[in-house]
Structure formats: structure tokens, C-alpha cells
Design a protein around this ligand. Structure first.
Ligand SMILES: [Zn+2]
Length: 121
């Protein structure tokens, strides 16, 4: 099998309301076709599943960077949906990624309903 590599994996929610914002932002941040893309309900909500995809992306495509994007008003979180919960889950995901796959750069964002990407530190 021939080698094919890319720079990043992006993980974001499947919610249709955000896809236009995501497409435009990813185009300008990473460039079209320059990343693996995982779209699933809740973004990092199901972290075990997300970790398996990141591991595969790293092994197969030698990614250097992980971009995790959760969003405001996420149905997958239901009553637990809050900016604080999303920030906590994103930080936990980053810690786990860096513990299990050392060397990866991890960028965290909270995407608002108006299309603004707020960095989470
Ligand atoms: Zn969502």
C-alpha cells in the first residue's frame, strides 16, 4: 500500500447548522483536502470512539496536529450542554491525546451559533 500523509485530523459535530462555518474555517485554516475529518454527534463527547479514529489517522496518515471543535447548543449533550462542560471535555480530550500519542499538537475550539470559533485553552 502506498504511503499517503496529511497534516491534521479535525473532529467536529455532525450538526448541519455548523457545516458551512466549518467548511469555510477549515478551508482557511488548513486548506481544502489537507486533513482527515471526523464528523459525529457531540464532537469529543464519545471520547473512546474519537481516540480510536485519531490513533488510526496518526498511524495511517502521520498527522502532526489534532483540531477538536465542540459547539454551542449541542443536542448530543442534552441537558448537560454548557460552555463549561464543553471546555472541560475538550481539555480532557487534549490531555488524553497527549498522554497516549506524544508529540501531537492539539488545538481546541468552541464554535458559537453565530459562526465564531472561540479558542479553548
Ligand atoms: Zn452537536
Amino acid at each position: 500500500m502506498s504511503k499517503h500523509i496529511t497534516q491534521a485530523i479535525v473532529v467536529h459535530c455532525m450538526d448541519f447548522r455548523f457545516q458551512k462555518y466549518l467548511d469555510e474555517w477549515l478551508q482557511s485554516e488548513l486548506g481544502h483536502g489537507q486533513y482527515d475529518r471526523l464528523s459525529l454527534a457531540g464532537g469529543v463527547f464519545d471520547l473512546d470512539f474519537v481516540m480510536r479514529q485519531i490513533e488510526l489517522s496518526h498511524r495511517l496518515h502521520e498527522i502532526k496536529q489534532v483540531v477538536l471543535i465542540n459547539h454551542e447548543n449541542c443536542g448530543a449533550y442534552g441537558a448537560a450542554d454548557s460552555p463549561e462542560r464543553h471546555a472541560a471535555d475538550l481539555r480532557q480530550a487534549k490531555q488524553r491525546i497527549q498522554a497516549e500519542i506524544p508529540g501531537l499538537e492539539v488545538r481546541l475550539y468552541y464554535l458559537l451559533l453565530n459562526g465564531v470559533f472561540e479558542p479553548v485553552s
